[in-house]
Write a protein that binds this ligand. Structure first.
Ligand code: 5RP
Ligand code: CO
Length: 221
């Protein structure tokens, strides 16, 4: 398992002041950027132009989570926009292996996401192509949803697969991660934790990042 990383999602932050919102989380490892197209999910956020503007001012690397259709065609723009990590949904990709290789070749970490009802087993052979696997713990589309415990067995199975193959692919969880749920995710084998509403509804978002990190690290220790 890799070292614990906390990647706050700016989905529930103030979109009119994104640069300042990122400056409130200096202790974060990544800034999680939820890109939604109103087709793959019933919500609309921003595109590559906004992401590029944020990448220019953010001292923390961007972790793009693309909830968009036709990932094969649309994902490379987010590498060009300056994201250090680009996650596409396997449900939206026609050729995930080719896309992961293209993202890596363009200079970003390649990552693939699974919705709660998408099984991990068909993708076991694909794991070495990925720098990170994202297992969603809510149905994608909105921040502030309740964590789905039914995703925990899949996180455990993914961790077992990665360990069996000796692969260093990071295992990220996203959706409903908070002080109440992060230990369950860490116990199941996740090492990268997205937290949106938990961080941005806290009085001191950076203190919340530290508290989440401590909870997850205590499980790993
Ligand atoms: O991908 C997402 C939603 O589709 C968000 O990253 C996620 O929901 C983060 O917000 P919260 O921690 O409030 O659930
Ligand atoms: Co996300």
């Amino acid at each position: 398992m890799g070292h614990i990383q906390i990647t706050p999602s700016i989905l529930n932050s103030d979109f009119a002041r994104l640069g300042e919102e990122v400056a409130r989380i200096p202790g974060a490892d990544w800034v999680h950027v939820d890109v939604m197209d109103n087709h793959f999910v019933p919500n609309l956020t921003f595109g590559p132009t906004m992401v590029e503007a944020l990448a220019r001012v953010s001292p923390i690397p961007l972790d793009a989570h693309l909830m968009i259709e036709d990932a094969d065609r649309n994902a490379p723009a987010y590498v060009e926009a300056g994201c250090g990590s680009v996650t596409f949904h396997v449900e939206a990709a026609k050729a995930p292996v080719r896309l992961a290789r293209e993202i890596r070749a363009a200079g970003a970490r390649a990552s693939m996401a699974l919705k709660p009802a998408t099984p991990i087993e068909p993708y076991e052979d694909l794991l070495p192509e990925l720098d990170m696997l994202l297992i969603m713990t809510v149905e994608p589309g909105f921040g502030g949803q309740k964590f789905l415990d039914l995703c925990l067995p899949k996180i455990r199975r993914a961790r077992a697969m990665l360990d069996k193959h000796g692969i260093e692919t990071w295992l990220q969880v996203d959706g409903g991660v908070s002080l109440e749920t992060i230990e369950r995710c860490a116990e199941a084998g996740a090492d990268v934790f997205v937290a949106g509403s938990a961080v941005y509804s806290a009085e001191d978002p950076d203190k919340m990042v530290a508290a989440l990190r401590d909870k997850a690290a205590a499980v790993q220790a």
